[in-house]
Design a protein around this ligand. Sequence first.
Ligand code: FAD
Length: 502
Amino acid sequence: MSGDPASYDLFVIGGGINGCGVARDAAGRGYQAALAEQGDLAEGTSSRSTKLVHGGLRYLEHFAFGMVREALRERETLMSIAPHLVRPLRFVLPVLPGGRPAWLLRFGLFLYDHLGGREKLPGTEALDLRDVPEGAPLRPSLRKGFAFSDCRVDDSRLVVLNARDAADRGATIFTRTRVLRAWAEQGAWRVVLRDATGGDREVAARLIVNAAGPWAGAALGAVLGVQAAPRLRLVRGSHIVTRKLFDHDSAYLFQAGDGRVVFAIPYCDDFTLIGTTDADFSGAPDEAAITPDEIAYLCAVASGFFARPVGAGDVVWSFSGVRPLRDDGAGDAAQASRDYVLDERRVEGAPLLSILGGKLTAFRHVAEQVADRAALSLGARGKRWTAAARLPGGDLSRGDLAAFARDLVAHYPFLTAREAARLAGAYGTVAGTILGAAKKREDLGRDFGLGLSEAEVEHLVTREWARTAEDILWRRSKLGLWAPPEMAGALDEWLATHSEGA
Ligand code: FAD
């Protein structure tokens, strides 16, 4: 560590959705922003969510009207700035004999429809489950239900595209780089970063944003040396993935017997995603893993609704994430608030902002709040701008993803409809840049299988910070769900000889 360290206005710890959202907002306002992520982008909680951009119907039961309203507004905004990643999804909520009464569900859904200025999505309708395709896979005792709207999202791609846009606007993104420690010196920060080779470097920053998600408490204490840090409650949530359990495009919201709700969502064409659980957690966040009890619980809830029982043998994949919730003293983990808090403090005069809690859905709004607060310390530069600025690839004409996928097939007839749909959904209009002037499949270089070409992998390395087969198969895409073991080996081999800085 020698010479003058690089110097930033704002340094972000953590490359999850909150950190990347903040880096993007700040860079777009004209601040010199940098971000360090200890692993791959989105490797923490932000790739392990239920993948919904939603208001959170169940939070109405906790009277969290403000949070739900804000999330519903964000749902509209995110659909327009990232129509390739944030897509409408209809949910079917069966009325459970002995469960919440139909009038209460109707009332909650009425509020849900009207609280957040819904413009693009259809409203609630009552269903006779005996008459609609969504009723067919369910137990015959379930006769009534409601259909309502929310959105699904590719959570890890949302993170990466925020990082991409941040970098395009001048931010520096360090991946596989841990913030080891930071200390205040004359009202500003010195930060020590350790990269994947074990090498350390020092940088300077006027303000630090702690967006370390479930590690935020550890970052405050061990990295930033803050005593008496606010408390976080860590709650593990797990999901299972099965081969697809039904043949239509709607999802289900099931009321579990313990008062919780469990989603069953059509996932990646061939699968169903079922989750989640809520269990207090005290270990290292990256070691969270589903337990046999959680698998049994999720299978039991699903089997209570689907005519065909779901068992542990149906599970083809699972994942667990840790919610960083602010500790509001709620008894039950499922009841703890999903709202966020911005903790603002000065350490020997140096400003520090920590994001505690929150939801994927709220990230843009949170980032805006953080940048507003940062402006008070750094001096105002640009104004709020992210509500109307598309994420990379989001400039689809009329926001019509299906039409764009059809256009891709027309331009590149060697693509199957399924391949085009995957590329359109992952990259939006940037898919055209990846495919370039290709006239035939071979023009895209080596074929790694499942429609993954060398041209796409090159894009992921040079523009999306991918470094390993896992980054590509499980976070930049979900091709890992189908990939044979040798595909990961072939990718890692290629990456070892071709990786370069993004
Ligand atoms: P993270 O994504 O965890 O990012 C923090 C990052 O900081 C990590 O990548 C970590 O590696 C890095 N880091 C930590 N310490 C350091 C350090 N010293 N140096 C460098 N990097 C560091 N929200 C929704 O809106 N919709 C949903 O459907 C939804 N479902 C969920 C389901 C589950 C099971 C869970 C757990 C959460 C869900 N959420 C959902 C909430 C949402 O996923 C989280 O609020 C959000 O992902 C948190 O993002 P983050 O950036 O704060 O944290």
